[in-house]
Design a protein around this ligand. Structure first.
Ligand code: CO
Length: 151
């Protein structure tokens, strides 16, 4: 390969990684599996982002009815109430009351092999506040949970 070609490829690679980094700051990915686990116990949202996107990938094979996962964001203080109300909403509503004002953002409930995402304005969050994210499928929030902070 000619030296000039190598330089052009390297420059393109640097530009691409720069763009990817910028995009990554305002988005993140989290997986859920058939063992009822998220792969992340915490997330940080940069205060400089206008919007933040969370992509949830169910990397398992189990059906939604057996091992459904969603990603729901509330203040830490509201977590328990939302989990309880989600249980009451039942399977016909995918274990969530989307009209609940305590819910800051949420994805839909998905099964194995599916991916979903949610984008929300960072202006909904306050620096210094403690936020929690969790899965509202019955029994999951005890282990499928994490903390989210704005910095
Ligand atoms: Co789940």
């Amino acid at each position: 390969m000619k030296k000039s070609h190598l330089f052009a490829l390297t420059a393109a690679g640097l530009l691409m990684s720069g763009a990817a980094m910028a995009a990554d700051q305002c988005s993140t990915e989290i997986t859920g599996n058939d063992a009822m686990q998220y792969d992340k116990a915490s997330m940080t949202v940069p205060a400089s982002c206008k919007n933040f996107t969370v992509t949830l990938k169910h990397i398992g094979k189990a059906a939604k009815a057996a091992m459904g996962h969603d990603w729901v964001l509330t203040t830490a203080a509201d977590e328990q109430a939302v989990v309880t109300e989600a249980m009451a909403a039942g399977p016909s509503k995918d274990y969530l009351n989307p009209a609940d004002p305590k819910i800051i953002a949420h994805t839909k409930l998905i099964g194995g092999g599916e991916t979903t995402s949610v984008t929300f304005p960072v202006s909904k969050l306050k620096a210094g506040e403690q936020y929690s994210y969790f899965c509202t499928f019955p029994g999951h929030a005890g282990v499928m949970k994490g903390t989210l902070t704005v910095k």
